[in-house]
Design a protein around this ligand. Structure first.
Ligand code: CTP
Length: 395
């Protein structure tokens, strides 16, 4: 259920509704009285193809008992934008409008995306009301800094649609198969410096790693995403560590896996680094037609990490002998699962064709699918393996 309260950011709730519908959600929209000064019910009716709720005294039918039905059927109650007034009303427990009545009657989790003038946001009354709601279990998607409708620069802008959607997915996944588990995911390529302006890198964009981190979060895990510099869109609802080089990645992995259940190594790690990094820019010199770069081996992070109880998942991007090479890596790096794919067809693409290779079973080649879909499939597999390891029942 999406409740829209009355601030100028109410127009952004239309985009949010559209995205939710596209993701397959059934969206019941409630507009407060003030919201209707900014946006009309018809906008949301057209987007959801459902009636929009504006009045706590709307008529009951055999199928719909107003706020009672809305409260019972909601999977999550999102208030976006949540104005200072609406936050105060929710904290007090007023039930004289549809939003207030549903908020009291529902057992669904409450997610608030505040948006308001920045003095109102910083006011102790607003802070106290938010603290009250958070103590009762509400999740807040904090507003962003930027230019406000008031003309001021400050915090109070509604969080972006992707940030709100990410929080919703995380809240809805709280009781998922990875609830209570800690998962570390690495994503993107590393960069090995040659001098202050140049580096050795690779074409990995980090899409697969990001999709895996999001899928683990959506399955209820608390996730640490360790990302290289090529990863452009870092998702919300995760702990994020940024690294450049393979050795920085290794240190981050060692720290993050101390109490983790699984390590998913989707990063494209440079196997070699420059033996010497020049402190000043390397000049091309007088008429030199050839330069030799001496490289030395980086540590193999996945092979080197050895923690009792840590499930290790690797990737093998190959250009030839896919299954054979991947199987060797599965054994050499002591992995529970390796995801093998064609390096050329996968790196930089939105889709992937993957073969899952586990110990003691036949490789399973999956059809070509979007990286998000593949990520959900791999996380399902990981959840099953963790549950089996811990002797728990996996749904
Ligand atoms: N990996 C790692 N540390 C490295 C190199 C790779 O942890 N220094 C991880 C990758 O993140 C991946 C798996 O090991 O999950 C396999 O990586 P890949 O580059 O395919 O294999 P390599 O062991 O580097 O072997 P090669 O480059 O010879 O194919």
């Amino acid at each position: 259920m999406l409740a829209v309260s009355g601030g100028i950011a109410a127009y952004k709730a239309a985009d949010l509704t559209s995205k939710l519908v596209q993701m397959g959600a059934v969206v019941e929209v409630v507009l407060t009285k003030s919201a209707r000064h900014f946006i009309q019910p018809l906008t949301f009716q057209a987007l959801t193809k459902r009636p929009v709720h504006t009045d706590v005294f709307e008529g009951w039918t055999v199928d719909s008992f107003g706020h009672v039905t809305l409260a019972r059927e909601a999977g999550v109650l999102l208030v976006a934008p949540a104005t200072a007034n609406t936050i105060a009303r929710l904290a007090t427990g007023l039930a004289d409008d549809m939003l207030g009545a549903v908020a009291l009657a529902t057992e669904a989790p409450l997610v608030l995306a505040p948006a308001m003038e920045h003095h109102m946001w910083q006011h102790p009354a607003t802070r106290a009301n938010l603290s009250t709601l958070m103590e009762r279990g509400a999740t807040v998607v904090p507003p962003e800094q930027g230019r406000l409708a008031s003309g001021y620069e400050g915090d109070g802008r509604l969080a972006t649609t992707p940030a709100i959607l990410a929080t919703l997915r995380a809240v809805l996944g709280r009781l998922g198969p990875l609830a209570g588990r800690r998962v570390v995911v690495t994503a993107g390529g590393t960069r090995e410096p040659l001098d202050p302006v140049r580096y050795i890198g690779n074409r990995s964009t980090g899409k697969m790693g990001v999709a895996l981190a999001e899928a683990a979060r959506d399955a209820g895990a608390s996730v640490t995403l360790i990302a290289g510099p090529t990863v452009p869109d870092l998702p919300a609802g995760l702990d994020i560590l940024l690294i450049d080089t393979a050795r920085e990645l290794m240190a981050a992995v060692e720290g993050a896996t101390a109490d983790a259940d699984a390590l998913i190594m989707a990063a494209a790690v440079a196997d070699f680094r420059a033996r010497e990094v020049s402190e000043s820019k390397i000049k091309k010199g007088q008429g030199e037609s050839r330069v030799t770069l001496e490289l030395e081996r980086n540590p193999d992070i996945l092979a080197g990490i050895d923690r009792p109880g840590l499930l290790k998942v690797g990737f093998a991007a190959e250009t030839e002998s896919l299954i054979e090479n991947a199987r060797q890596k599965l054994l050499a790096k002591d992995l529970s699962l390796i995801v093998a794919n064609d390096a050329v067809a996968t790196i930089g693409s939105e889709e992937s064709t993957a073969t899952l290779i586990r110990r003691g079973t036949e490789p399973e080649t999956l059809p070509r699918m979007a990286k998000e879909e593949l990520a959900a499939r791999i996380i399902h597999e990981v959840a099953g393996m963790i549950a089996a390891k811990n002797g728990a029942r996996h749904a």
